[in-house]
Ligand binder design. Sequence first.
Ligand code: KG4
Ligand code: ZN
Length: 332
Amino acid sequence: MRVLAIETSCDETAAAVVRDGRTVEGNSVASQIEIHQPFGGVVPEVASRAHVSAMAPVIKEAMAQAEIGWEQLDLVAATMGPGLAGSLLIGLNTAKGLAYGRGLPLLGVNHLVGHIYANWILDDSEDEEPEFPLLCLVVSGGHSDLVLMRGHDDLVRIGRTLDDAAGEAFDKVARILGLGFPGGPIMQKTAAEGDASRYPLPRAWLKGTYDFSFSGLKTATLHLVQRFPQGQVPVPDIAASFQEAVADVLSAKTAQAAEEFGARQVAVAGGVSANRRLREMVQSRSPVPVRMPPLHYCTDNAAMIGSAAYYRWMSGARTELDVDVQPNLPVA
Ligand code: KG4
Ligand code: ZN
């Protein structure tokens, strides 16, 4: 079964051709980073317009890489939420048009579930499918969720963030430190030159729950920065101490949940799962084997949507042509 998948939930316009949920035949991502950089963050209206102009070229590119024509597609899938409404609309409506025009079925896909399925995509290192029960840490720019997955159609959210998402905290602290946008990758790079034990920053353990909170850590980091005269802020040490605090909480709670729920494997997903320190800490603390997507499938892409679409379709999920975007759709 061959899926054409479209992803436009935030600031990447992406399309992919995925066969049988695991083999990526074509994958194209047009990033809007440079467009939003002068604003220090994603501007929704600007994002929607950029999706409109990038959409057709990105689809053509994915189809060309896959060396297929329309008649070789079996399903059109697109992210239906969560995300920016105006951005989601471009991708979902494009998918509707293609499905209607070609007489193909359409499937709306949950973006966060898509992130989890990045762990199903075949790459050089691992060819076994992830095993259920799978404990998933989904950490992106807008979400930080712990999800227990007992099967392709059995997902339960066991924890979430009460305030900022992990990626959002990385982005905000990067701004406080004057590192620019997007914050995650530059924070990781800067932290590599710093001492993570220099400034012990607070961790919100929220004991007895699998929920997260990062706004106190963000504020504590701001107050720490304000203690130094301008130009004398120890930026690498603060970046490293912040990254350590985030990775510590995320990895400890993931490991604990895997233990409590008897998970056979742990999977990390979402943009923040590209973070090297987080990957190391989850790996070293997890009581069971850990699945991690290759870096280019951690951040937003359409291949993960194509993979999720295949497994959702196979377990009976269907959406009609009048399906609408759901900007606040939870992971489960
Ligand atoms: O999943 P994603 O690409 O988009 C959303 O669905 O939100 O995640 C983007 C988030 C941003 O907040 C970005 O700063 C963060 O992931 N991120 C990272 C790293 N790479 C991306 N955070 C920490 N370390 C990284 N290496
Ligand atoms: Zn995402």
